[in-house]
Design a protein around this ligand. Structure first.
Ligand code: ZN
Length: 246
């Protein structure tokens, strides 16, 4: 009888400790690393797209965003930096090939094996960590930089990345068209219709290993797309989702 009571107490203590631990993890800020190759024009994004996104995320409760770029030591992607990252937001365009094999391997391993979230934006559809994680080229059929509108339809309103997001229009952006060489998304969250009649899978969610990935198409670097409220909302939602807080 005495032994049973002891064991109940011990079980209770263990459960309390576990509950406390998970509660404290969930209340800790999400650690976001906003990374860019930083070729975007400084007159549009003075601190880079990584700086712009980090500045916005840091206005939100429960997020702590920092920045890194391609020309930082270890390309801003050291083991130590990634170990302190729950969600990696990525912007690459013309320098995908400058990313070292080591950097790609570190990002891929941290996503697959340790569950770091990964959010490649816009022209990052062909960034090497994404193509390595998905096993496809990420190529698109065509693009056009004519500052045309795109209408973004919410295809999966129940998905956490679509929280508080209704169909919206980005008034000026770059057109991307299908076919987009990616594996079928686990969830197609957003779908875009462009002014010229083209269509594109613009918000795609996958799980790979222990990690979550969300690709989001809007955001040509010469246009202030990352200051649009809906775009910011999607990125914040995506950070919470890939960090497994939603
Ligand atoms: Zn672009």
């Amino acid at each position: 009888m005495f032994q049973k009571q002891t064991s109940d107490v011990e079980a209770g203590c263990t459960r309390d400790r576990n509950e406390r631990a998970s509660m404290s993890d969930l209340s800790a800020p999400i650690r976001v690393l906003c990374w860019s190759e930083w070729t975007e024009p400084k007159d549009v994004y003075p601190t880079g797209i990584h700086g712009e996104v980090a500045e916005y995320l840091n206005t939100l409760a429960n997020m702590k965003a920092r920045t890194a770029h391609l020309d930082d030591p270890e390309q801003g992607l050291s083991e130590a930096a990634l170990a302190e990252t729950d969600a990696l937001v990525w912007f690459g365009h013309v320098r995908h090939d400058d990313l070292s094999d080591e950097s790609v391997a570190r990002v891929v391993r941290r996503v697959r094996e340790e569950g770091m979230g990964f959010i490649p934006l816009h022209s990052s559809h062909m960034c090497r960590p994404l193509t390595a994680l998905l096993g496809t080229s990420g190529k698109i059929a065509s693009w056009r930089e004519d500052e045309e509108w795109q209408r973004i339809e919410v295809r999966s309103p129940e998905h956490p990345v679509a929280a508080a997001v209704q169909e919206f229009v980005v008034p000026h952006d770059e057109m991307y068209s299908e076919p987009f060489d990616i594996p079928e998304p686990d969830t197609l969250v957003f779908y875009s219709y462009f002014q010229g009649g083209e269509e594109f899978r613009s918000g795609c969610a996958w799980e790979r290993g222990k990690g979550r990935i969300f690709y989001f198409q809007p955001g040509h670097e010469t246009l202030p797309v990352f200051r649009q409220a809906e775009v910011r909302q999607v990125i914040a939602n995506a950070v919470r989702w890939v960090a497994r807080r939603t």
